[in-house]
Design a protein around this ligand. Structure first.
Ligand code: PGA
Length: 247
């Protein structure tokens, strides 16, 4: 009943020219219409990629948003600016942004509210570090990221939010969480959403992210609480992205 969602996180990759070449490569293939495919591209490529996606079902996403609509925030991009460009999804609180740009659960929360306020669907990233996992604190960390990230979010919004569980130690490292461990944490996240929002927990989509590739996507997607994948490296190759959407 939850539509699977495979989202590419291009990160800081692809000039406009490179972006259009990648989109062209993807468009040469038939994509499973029962899977929602999203590409989260750099701000600079949004306008051109939007045009290139016009004749497809592929959705467009950004990788960040500011919580204010406008003002003295040099270098930032706001909800109205993204909405104007036709952005439907926005990655919020990716671990790289938490690590390198000081994003916190509080800024994540403000950004989620801003995105929802402009009709943009948030992909909220959570996940523990290797140290935290080894100390047995993974659930505690993820639980507090979810609780704090969702403060004040109304239950009507839950169906429009995607959570991406990305254990930091699995991102870009080639180490994937085992499908059982990934599913266990996704179930735990759904349980947390259930404690906050009751039955809405069945409507929220939860992705796994961290070294998802064509050769492990099937096993991950076969798990009960994994509804999709947030994909970095493999989303930069048209052939791999197509294979992931057509898992
Ligand atoms: P990866 O990145 O697929 O390259 O591990 C995932 C992510 O950071 O979203």
């Amino acid at each position: 009943m939850r539509t699977p969602i495979i989202a590419g996180n291009w990160k800081m990759n692809n000039t406009i020219k490179e972006a259009l070449t990648l989109i062209d490569g993807i468009k040469g293939n038939e994509l499973n219409a029962n899977v929602e495919a999203v590409v989260c591209v750099p701000f600079t490529a949004i306008k051109d990629v939007k045009e290139a996606l016009n004749d497809t079902n592929i959705k467009l996403g950004s990788q960040n948003i500011h919580w204010e609509d406008n003002g003295a925030f040099t270098g930032e991009i706001s909800g109205p600016m993204l909405k104007e460009l036709g952005v439907e999804y926005c990655i919020i609180g990716h671990s790289e942004r938490r690590q390198y740009f000081n994003e916190t659960d509080d800024t994540v929360n403000k950004k989620v509210k801003a995105a929802l306020g402009h009709g943009i669907k948030p992909i909220v990233c959570v996940g523990e570090s290797l140290d935290q996992r080894e100390e047995g604190k993974a659930e505690e960390v993820v639980n507090s990221q979810v609780i704090n990230g969702f403060k004040g979010i109304p239950s009507e919004a839950i169906k429009d939010i995607v959570i991406a569980y990305e254990p930091i130690w699995a991102i870009g490292t080639g180490k994937t969480a085992s499908s059982d461990d990934a599913n266990a944490m996704c179930s735990f996240i759904r349980k947390t959403i259930g404690e906050l929002y009751g039955d809405e927990k069945e409507n929220i989509r939860i992705q796994y992210g961290g070294s998802v590739k064509p050769n492990n996507v099937n096993e991950l997607m076969g798990k009960s609480d994994i509804d999709g994948a947030l994909v970095g490296g493999a989303s930069l190759k048209a052939e791999d992205f197509v294979k992931l959407v057509n898992y």
